[in-house]
Design a binder for this molecule. Structure first.
Ligand SMILES: [Zn+2]
Length: 227
């Protein structure tokens, strides 16, 4: 049985703008402190640090599979981690993007979804990986953590129209030019009959989360799934 959790910005060792549970090594925080935070997360999950996997997220649609030969020291360049291994955890880092965790009896995935990745098809690509192992949508359940909401995520009119044209449910109203990316992701899940739940929190609204749109220089929280 898998288990999912979403971290907040609290409970770690980082200081200043990264206070305190920053789990990202690419944002300017001290590497040794980030590693201490990752160790802490592994301990809370009840696993070894070497069984906790991260990826180098690039706003694309690539899915990386963690298998017996994978090492936590080599973080793949990808926006989704997938595994059939048990006893390991997959993490997605966010500060406004959507952390999506997918679970099924025989495989799990952690997906990073920003506007570019959503448009590039990272959700569909991850679901295809499940399907390639014969796992059907009715076996998959989805859980979404805090992300920037449809009242906060304002973009240019050009971008607004382009995204809404592709994924209708991202629409709010054209005057405000705010995209509801979570509604877009949920529409893709619902279309396939995948059961989903969301924490329903906005990372920008809630001071308990890192938010790139609110603070620019900031840390990253994690969505983590373990099986
Ligand atoms: Zn908001």
């Amino acid at each position: 049985m898998s288990r999912s959790l979403f971290t907040s910005r609290h409970g770690g060792f980082s200081s200043n703008e990264f206070q305190s549970l920053n789990l990202a090594s690419h944002v300017g925080d001290e590497a040794i402190v980030v590693e201490a935070n990752r160790e802490l997360l592994a301990r809370e999950l009840g696993i070894k640090r070497s069984d906790l996997f991260f990826m180098r997220q690039v706003h694309g649609s690539k899915v990386a599979e963690i298998d017996e030969s994978s090492s936590h020291l080599q973080e793949p360049e990808a926006d989704a981690l997938f595994t059939k291994r048990s006893g390991i955890a997959l993490a997605v880092l966010t500060a406004d993007c959507i952390p999506l965790l997918l679970s099924s009896p025989s495989a799990i995935a952690a997906v990073h979804i920003g506007r570019k990745g959503l448009v590039a098809g990272v959700v569909e690509a991850t679901l295809e990986r499940f399907e390639s192992y014969g796992i059907v949508p009715s076996e998959i359940s989805a859980s979404l953590g805090a992300s920037i909401c449809g009242n906060c995520y304002q973009v240019s009119l050009e971008i607004y129209r382009r995204v809404v044209n592709q994924i209708g449910k991202c629409a709010t109203d054209e005057e405000k030019r705010c995209l509801d990316l979570e509604a877009g992701v949920i529409s893709i899940l619902k279309e396939r009959g995948i059961v989903w739940s969301s924490t329903g929190q906005c990372s920008k609204h809630s001071p308990g989360y890192f938010s790139y749109r609110r603070d620019a220089k900031t840390g990253r929280q994690a969505g983590v799934i373990i099986r």
